[in-house]
Design a binder for this molecule. Structure first.
Ligand code: AMP
Length: 216
């Protein structure tokens, strides 16, 4: 499980890690964005909170996560990204996992000024979610290199919503960090540096705890 403030590189690292380990990458934010685009009831409810930078209410979030576990999506393992975001969600996750705690909770540590700069320049593919930055745009005219989708600025990457999200993060994350520290599952990984540097730090932390990945 990856934790870290917005702009810490959680989504990018979670996706790399999931590919590397051959398990699903589950991001509650991506799921809500996809559902909002499809216009499902959950998606539309979530969208109003997301656009303001507020957290989606716990029962909605826990409901969608539990549904994925029930469907067996995570039977072979998983990388969780953006969940849990509240202590209630962390306690509910323990219940859903039914006595089989997550292997490792890694928090990506990045100073707020760096996170802010990353977020303000962040652009994402509205189709597949690939992340770019104004300093590292796609090759052709804001068209995604991976899927050809439109690369746009997320509605909640505005200055006001970013500030609100970072403020909420500080408040909500502390009890979660303590929850996993008590379970001795938490490692802090330095999230400053290139994607490759952070990925290799993360891989080393995981290997030390959980053992080598499937390919080695
Ligand atoms: P993210 O893509 O992880 O930055 O999430 C984008 C937005 O989705 C957040 O600002 C929240 O509005 C909502 N969201 C995602 N995951 C959760 C969660 N676990 N609990 C509550 N809201 C969430």
């Amino acid at each position: 499980m990856l934790l870290g403030k917005q702009g810490a590189g959680k989504g990018t690292q979670a996706s790399r890690l999931a590919d590397h380990r051959g398990v699903p990458h589950f991001s509650t934010g991506d799921l809500f964005r996809a559902e909002a685009k499809e216009g499902t009831a959950h998606g539309l409810e979530a969208e109003s909170y997301m656009n303001r930078g507020e957290l989606v209410p716990d029962p909605v979030v826990v409901g969608v996560v539990e549904e994925q576990f029930r469907r067996g999506t995570f039977d072979g393992g998983f990388v969780l990204d953006g969940f849990p975001r509240t202590e209630f969600q962390a306690v509910e996750l323990d219940r859903v996992l039914d006595g089989q705690p997550v292997d490792l909770v890694a928090t990506l540590d990045v100073p707020t000024e760096i996170a802010l700069a990353r977020l303000a320049g962040r652009r994402v593919c509205e189709n597949c979610g690939t992340v770019y930055h104004v300093d590292h745009p796609p090759k052709h005219d804001w068209t995604c290199d991976e899927c050809g989708g439109n690369v746009i600025q997320r509605e909640d990457d505005t200055e006001a919503a970013i500030e609100r999200r970072l403020e909420l993060y500080e408040r909500e994350m502390l009890p979660i960090v303590q929850h996993y520290r008590r379970q001795r599952r938490l490692v802090v990984v330095d999230g400053v540096g290139t994607g490759d540097e952070v990925a290799s730090r993360l891989a080393a932390a995981i290997e030390a705890r959980v053992g080598p990945d499937v390919e080695t």
